[in-house]
Design a protein around this ligand. Structure first.
Ligand code: NAD
Length: 497
């Protein structure tokens, strides 16, 4: 076995997992144009490797392959599809260490988190491997004599999967696994910052026995991505788009899907409120916020963006939180002690610093952090930050910061907290801490989000429906609902009986 070093990290199975080509119709191929793009290490901007920079011709070839494979995959018994998906799961776990290293190298999260993400991704693959055998329909009691009426579920067809960079394994796994389980074929375009993990997952799916053409992936730079995705948007054979990313891109996909009336699942931006009532267990609330906010350096769509604390407990909460945040270790993924790695790119760093500067210029106090850190290692390290006395007019109230910044806002009444929490176009996740059962019931029902964490900061699970409302999109991933998004219902009415 040879090991390959990826900057500072070493892969045990590079021949299997380090892929530099697109995968179309069962073949590893370059872009038709021959163009390539750099994949950068976010820590120091060094080039890890290159992958194809695809355009419309590659997207068309991928869609052709997926369409050609659809009839065969759809006819494959659900149990067999599930067994292949299960083998994929087993291989993902078998290569957890290497996949975790790939994630850490191209995305920047600390090694332990990279490994954790692989297990999280695998949990969805495992779930949908089982769900493949559980696709059932209805036998409907006929309204008139001499008829038989059935509702059956069928795969929607070719699915286009477009994913963001923040969870390079989990985002793509939790779309591809249900698509395959349902009998759909897939064309995928991973985020331009993090294609390597996705390519490795496709290599493992191939090794698991997936037939040629069932799963196709093309890489593209940000500049060429619209050319790739436009082909799929215009192609009536592509029956569904499953997208995770920003709200403006999701809106664009929804508009451009109208002509071919595709099914859409859109997991878009969030702006999660985190409310701490004065009847909360404060230590539990601090621990929940730490887990929820600082996972992946705050680059998580469900992580709290606005923290509302009831005035009577604000001082104690702020003091305990700041002590925990100040103790977080920031450093490269390769340092075992690192709890927060580099942010993904310049755009992300600029936005975080802009949010901090704006809040401070409107009167916020920096309790800890507030600036870049360890600049000798590169420009993308941000000190974990807590801001107090933040103005509700601050830019970070309206925009998702996507970084390790906690803004604290005081409130007086439950009604005020709910009004503030819901005062956003977004509706992905919300969290609150309280030990009052009546309040728990009231607040859970009043929060306008798809997910509510109650005395819990880590809510994601393969067994639960993940997704938002309002500008955070629609569709659900995980759970039985996550499979339904890849199926349509056909009604069969047999007469003359
Ligand atoms: P992004 O929307 O810029 O990119 C996401 C994907 O869309 C990438 O693959 C990108 O190449 C592609 N894309 C960009 N422009 C496109 C276009 N014109 N046509 C088609 N595809 C295009 O988002 P990002 O910066 O990669 O990710 C951060 C955002 O994603 C945040 O807003 C975050 O909240 C959101 N997010 C949401 C969830 C969720 O589950 N709801 C999970 C993770 C991230």
């Amino acid at each position: 076995m040879t090991a390959t070093a990826l900057n500072d990290l070493t892969l045990q199975q590079p021949a299997l997992l380090l892929r530099h080509l697109n995968h179309i119709a069962g073949q590893w191929v370059p872009a038709a144009s021959g163009a390539r793009m750099d994949v950068l290490n976010p820590a120091d901007q060094t080039v890890i490797t290159q992958v194809p920079d695809s355009d419309a011709a590659d997207a068309r070839a991928a869609a052709d392959a997926a369409q050609a494979a659809f009839a065969g995959w759809r006819a494959t018994p659900a149990r067999t599809r599930g067994q292949i998906v299960r083998r994929w799961h087993d291989l993902i776990l078998q290569h957890q260490a290497d996949l975790g290293r790939l994630i850490s190298t191209e995305q920047g999260k600390p090694l332990a988190e990279g490994q954790g993400e692989v297990a999280y991704a695998a949990s969805y693959v495992d779930w949908f491997a089982s769900e493949a055998s559980r696709i059932t329909g209805d036998v409907i009691e006929p309204a008139v004599a001499g008829r038989r009426m059935l509702a059956v579920k069928e795969p929607v067809g070719v699915v286009a999967v477009i994913t963001p960079w923040n969870f390079p394994a989990a985002m793509i796994a939790r779309k591809i696994a249900p698509a395959l389980a349902a009998g759909c074929t897939v064309v995928a375009k991973p985020a331009e910052d993090t294609p390597l993990t996705s390519l490795a997952l496709v290599a493992l799916a191939e090794a698991a026995g997936l037939p040629a053409g069932v799963l196709n992936i093309v890489c593209a730079s940000r500049a060429r991505t619209p050319a790739v995705v436009d082909v799929w948007l215009d192609d009536a054979r592509v029956r569904k788009i499953s997208f995770t990313g920003s709200t403006p891109v999701g809106q664009h996909l929804a508009r451009r899907s109208a002509d071919t009336l595709k099914k859409l699942s859109l997991e878009l931006g969030g702006n999660a409120p985190f409310i701490v009532f004065d009847d909360a267990d404060l230590d539990a609330a601090v621990t929940g916020l730490m887990a929820s906010k600082f996972r992946n350096g705050g680059q998580t769509c469900v992580c709290p963006n606005r923290v509302y604390v009831q005035r009577g407990v604000m001082a104690a909460f702020a003091q305990r939180l700041s002590a925990r945040v100040a103790a977080l270790q920031v450093g490269p993924a390769t340092e075992a002690a690192s709890q927060i790695g580099p942010m993904i790119n310049d755009r992300a760093v600029d936005k975080i610093l802009r949010h901090i500067d704006d809040a401070v210029s409107r009167g916020a106090t920096v309790l800890t952090g507030g600036q870049r850190l360890r600049t000798e290692l590169g420009p993308h390290y941000i000190a974990p930050t807590v801001l107090a006395d933040v103005s509700p007019q601050a830019v970070l109230c309206g925009e998702e910061t996507f970084g390790p910044v906690v803004p604290l806002f005081a409130f007086d009444t439950e009604a005020e907290a709910l009004a503030l929490a819901n005062d956003t176009p977004f509706g992905l996740a919300a969290y609150f801490y309280s030990q009052n059962p009546a309040r728990i019931h009231r607040v859970s029902s009043a929060l306008e989000t798809g997910i509510v964490g109650i005395n819990e900061g880590a809510v994601a699970s393969e067994a639960a429906p993940f997704g938002g409302v309002k500008a955070s999109g629609y569709g659900r991933e995980g759970s039985i609902h996550g499979l339904d998004d890849y199926l349509h219902i056909k009604y069969l009415c047999q007469g003359g009986l």
